[in-house]
Design a protein. Structure first.
Length: 144
């Protein structure tokens, strides 16, 4: 499984932690920036870079993870890209349900909202939960 991950300065610390966590799980990670929190970095820019890299990859087993201060701006930005279904999840129930019902392919989180332990659990839940594949959900996703 390949994970494309990006953050702005507000999500940089949590992104650094999540990358370490995912590497320990043995996953293939592409860090799409930013690379420091010493300067401001606009979340629409890193969302765009991360989505472009993800969409270029023809493998099926892949996810994106985006982190800004709240997770709001970066998820809004990601969802402007056709083919990206980015869910802002600051709890595990949402992470599970958005995989089951929305087949979300991007997870957004708030670096100034979550502690590292909860973020790890959210990431784990998101990447290990499959889409239910139920027809009503397939039909609704097609309407987006
Ligand atoms: C940056 O200060 C902050 O606005 C950003 O990280 C994010 O929370 C926006 O939604």
């Amino acid at each position: 499984m390949k994970i494309y991950i990006g953050s702005d300065h507000g999500g940089f610390q949590l992104k650094t932690h999540v990358i370490k966590y995912l590497k320990e799980l043995g996953l293939d990670i592409e860090d799409c920036g930013c690379h420091t929190d010493e300067f401001s970095y606009d979340y629409p820019d890193v969302a765009s870079i991360t989505c472009d890299q993800f969409l270029k990859d023809e493998n099926e087993k892949k996810f994106g993870i985006l982190i800004c201060g709240t997770g709001v701006g970066i998820s809004m930005s990601a969802n402007r890209n056709r083919g990206i279904r980015c869910a802002l999840c600051n709890d595990m129930f949402t992470a599970r349900m958005t995989r089951l019902h929305n087949n979300a392919n991007f997870l957004a989180m708030g670096g100034r909202v979550l502690g590292t332990g909860l973020a790890e659990e959210i990431v784990k839940t998101f990447i290990h939960t499959g889409f239910s594949g139920e027809q009503r959900h397939v039909m609704r996703i097609a309407k987006i």
